[in-house]
Design a protein around this ligand. Structure first.
Ligand code: 5CA
Length: 449
């Protein structure tokens, strides 16, 4: 993509309304614009990141055996009356009346709709277990939307729902999602810590929040330091096997959000030097709530002996749009964003230091072509602007690699390769730079496989 033809409205100064670094950088780097409080438009660069995150989430859900579908954003009030949540949900639910005076709502979550779909379609235990998911916009009329996409009113969520015959089977589905979540966040360069959490309006009595530690996190969290050092399960994890030991290695030590924190237990169970009190960002939340919705909505199947069994359910959410902010909170410096390769909007930025100089222009065109032929996505800064301004812009938007090409280096057949994360710069021939980039992209892909 040529920057001269792109849509990338950068802001020179920090926007006043942005309190935390990810919000500031998302506005400054031209990723989002606010439409109204807690509601954002995703500009081209931000949309590419959102789509990469969505794709990682999707791949890990599919790998864990979940099936993707798509439910609408607008739901009928009726099904929420069946579950009993229409009145309890309160002002956070955006209620709408259509032209026939039918009560509708913009979905804050989808337990009711998926239960209705499942109930109407599945009659036998032979069609269990199933995990269904979708990636869809949600609306919650939060009292205090803030921190940009971190606490929005409209936000993109991946929500999965599991259906099982027994509590024991449901626990297996829960474990699948648990492991898939660890892998999902690790692929985005994030270290997530699962913590015992409050179930709130979703319900049930078993739930874990997946927390990214960050100073700007909204909630206080407490855990054993060792949990932060654990590596996520590898790509070879077999979802058909019993995952309870893997899950136990992440749940065996103390970890709780502030609502579930037990100060006495924390002191009793965790040696002082291992007690970690920090702030965290909740990027995922999983729930087992048994028959809360299936009972109320009559979601039953015929069991092996012919008897009617009420289905056991769980739900599993990931804040897809929140993750864009969370990744920036975890990975930035004074100059701007530092994207992990897996979610970067482009693999490499190419800076032409002297636009209008025939030799430099020609060399950059050739480099631009070759990078793309090698399968890399490139943002080519071909604008006629000061070199300093171009360097600052490229650092701000945070692509993992930069190739800087100017007449001086090119005269001796060299360009400069800069790694955004370390700031390390190397003068080398374009061919060696290309090798490095291809190698780095291949490694990133291998991690994903
Ligand atoms: N139905 C369940 C699981 S599918 C559910 O709604 N869970 S939730 O309320 O915990 O939301 C799931 C995830 O969505 C959260 O972990 C969080 O990452 C994200 N999320 C929740 N509210 C917001 C919000 N206001 N803005 C951005 N992301 C949000």
């Amino acid at each position: 993509m040529r920057l001269s033809q792109y849509f990338l409205p950068l802001l020179r100064d920090d926007p006043k309304e942005a309190e935390i670094v990810s919000h500031r950088l998302m506005l400054r780097a031209g990723l989002i614009r606010q439409a109204s409080a807690g509601i954002y438009s995703w500009l081209p660069l931000g949309f590419r990141v959102l789509q990469s995150i969505e794709q990682i989430v999707r791949e890990e859900q599919d790998r864990a055996g979940a099936l993707e579908l798509l439910m609408p954003t607008i739901q009928p009030a009726e099904i929420w009356r069946e579950s009993g949540r229409y009145d309890v949900y309160g002002k956070e639910m955006l209620r709408i009346e259509d032209r026939h005076e039918r009560e509708m709502l913009y979905g804050p979550t989808n337990e009711e709709l998926i239960t209705a779909i499942f109930r109407d379609a599945v009659k036998s235990y032979k069609d269990l277990p199933r995990i269904l998911y979708h990636i869809q916009w949600k609306f919650r009329d939060e009292i205090r939307p803030r921190f940009g996409v971190m606490r929005g009113r409209e936000f993109l969520m991946k929500d999965s729902y599991s259906f099982d015959l027994t509590v024991e089977d449901a626990r297996k589905s829960y474990n699948r999602m648990f492991v898939a979540y660890l892998r999902t966040f690790a692929r985005m360069g994030l270290k997530s810590v699962p913590m015992i959490a409050e179930t709130g309006p979703i319900g049930g009595n078993l739930s874990h929040e997946f927390i990214i530690l960050a100073d700007t996190g909204e909630s206080e969290v407490y855990c054993h330091r060792h949990l932060v050092q654990l590596d996520a399960p590898g790509a070879n994890v077999d979802y058909e096997t019993d995952l309870s030991t893997t899950v136990a290695s992440f749940t065996g030590k103390y970890a709780a959000t502030v609502e579930k924190h037990d100060a006495d237990r924390f002191v009793r169970e965790v040696p002082e030097q291992d007690r970690l009190t920090a702030r965290g960002i909740e990027v995922g939340h999983i729930f087992f709530f048994g028959t809360k919705y299936s009972e109320a909505m009559g979601c039953k199947v015929q069991g092996p002996g012919g008897e009617l069994v009420t289905v056991q359910m769980g739900s599993y959410g990931i804040g897809v749009s929140r993750l864009v902010g969370a990744i920036i909170e975890a990975s930035h410096d004074d100059a701007g964003i530092i994207w992990p390769q897996s979610v970067a909007p482009f693999d490499v930025g190419l800076i032409n230091v002297k636009v209008g100089d025939g030799g430099t222009d020609a060399a950059c065109e050739e480099i631009y072509g070759k990078l793309q032929t090698a399968g890399l996505s490139v943002l080519y800064d071909d604008r006629d602007d000061r070199a300093g301004a171009k360097f600052a812009a490229m650092d701000l938007i945070g692509l993992p690699w930069q190739i800087i090409a100017g007449p001086k280096g090119l005269a001796s057949g060299e360009i400069e390769l800069k790694e955004r994360a370390t700031g390390a710069r190397h003068s080398l021939t374009f061919d060696s730079a290309l090798n490095r980039l291809v190698q780095s992209a291949t490694e990133a892909r291998r991690e994903a496989a």
